[in-house]
Ligand binder design. Structure first.
Ligand code: BTN
Length: 247
C-alpha cells in the first residue's frame, strides 16, 4: 500500500510514453480498478486542454493519470476537474509551503504563472459515465521552458527556489485526491465548492469565454462559471476556454 492509500495502490511507474492518458484509458478498458495510477517520466505527446500539447523535460515533473469510475452523468464530468485542482493546490501547499491559486477551471498558478493543469477525459453512453481519466501535469523541477511559454509558465522549484521531492508530492497529491474525490462521490460538488472558491482568482476578474465578454461574478453551485456581460446578462460557462482579460 502506498501512502496514497487506495489511489495509487496499483501504480504503473513508466519511463517514456506518448501520454499517460492513453495508457490509463487502455488499462481502464481492460477493467483496471478505480484509483489505478499511471505515472511517467516523460511524454512524447502529452495532451493539454483544448487540443494543446503538454510539454515536459524528462525526469523533472509529475505526469500522471488516475482512473475513476464515478456514478455521475456526463454533464457533471467537468466538476472532477475542479475536484482535482483543489487536490493539487492542497498538496502543493502541504509539501512545498506555497499557496497556489486556481484559474477556472483547471489552471494552477503561482504569481500568475501556470505550473500545473488538469485534463479530464470521460467515456459515456451520452449520459451515464463508465470511466473518467483525470490527468494531472505539474511542473515540479523544470527550470527552463520553451520561449513561447517562458513568460507564462513556472515550476515549483522556480517558485520555491529549491528542488522538490517528486515522489513525496505525488503521494500527498494522491491522498488528497482520494479524499476530495471521496467527498465528491458521497456528497456531490457541495463540499468542494467553498474550497475551490477560497483558492480561486478568476471570480471578480474580466474574462472572455468564447463569445461572452464580461466579469466572472461567481462559481455556480454545480461548478459552472457565471459571467456577467456589459448589458447585465449572466452567462453560465460550463466548459471551454476562459481567458483572463485583465492581463
Ligand atoms: C492543461 O492544463 O491543459 C491540462 C494539462 C494536463 C497534462 C497532464 S500530464 C499527465 C496527463 N497526460 C497527458 O497527456 N496530459 C495529462
Amino acid at each position: 500500500m502506498t501512502p496514497g492509500g487506495r489511489f495509487g495502490e496499483l501504480l504503473y511507474e513508466l519511463g517514456e510514453v506518448d501520454s499517460t492518458q492513453t495508457v490509463a484509458r487502455e488499462l481502464a478498458d481492460t477493467r483496471a480498478p478505480e484509483g489505478t495510477v499511471v505515472a511517467a517520466e516523460h511524454q512524447r505527446a502529452g495532451r493539454g486542454r483544448g487540443g494543446r500539447s503538454w510539454l515536459d523535460r524528462p525526469g523533472e515533473n509529475l505526469l500522471l493519470s488516475v482512473i475513476l469510475r464515478p456514478a455521475i452523468q456526463a454533464a457533471d464530468v467537468p466538476q472532477l476537474t475542479l475536484v482535482a485542482a483543489v487536490a493539487v493546490a492542497e498538496a502543493v501547499e502541504e509539501v512545498v509551503g506555497l499557496r497556489p491559486a486556481i484559474k477556472w477551471p483547471n489552471d494552477l498558478v503561482l504569481d500568475e504563472r501556470k505550473f500545473a493543469g488538469v485534463l479530464t477525459e470521460a467515456a459515456s453512453d451520452g449520459r451515464a459515465v463508465s470511466r473518467v481519466i483525470v490527468g494531472i501535469g505539474i511542473n515540479v523541477n523544470q527550470r527552463e521552458f520553451p520561449i513561447e511559454l517562458a513568460a507564462r509558465a513556472t515550476s515549483l522549484a522556480l517558485a520555491r527556489g529549491a528542488p522538490v521531492e517528486r515522489r513525496v508530492l505525488r503521494d500527498v497529491l494522491l491522498s488528497r485526491l482520494e479524499r476530495w474525490y471521496g467527498l465528491y462521490v458521497d456528497h456531490g460538488f457541495k463540499p468542494v465548492h467553498p474550497e475551490w472558491c477560497r483558492r480561486a482568482v478568476t471570480v471578480g476578474r474580466p474574462v472572455v469565454a468564447g463569445d461572452v465578454q464580461g466579469t466572472a461574478v461567481a462559481l455556480d453551485a454545480d461548478g459552472a462559471l457565471l459571467v456577467r456581460d456589459a448589458a447585465g446578462r449572466t452567462h453560465r460557462i460550463v466548459a471551454g476556454e476562459v481567458r483572463d482579460a485583465s492581463r
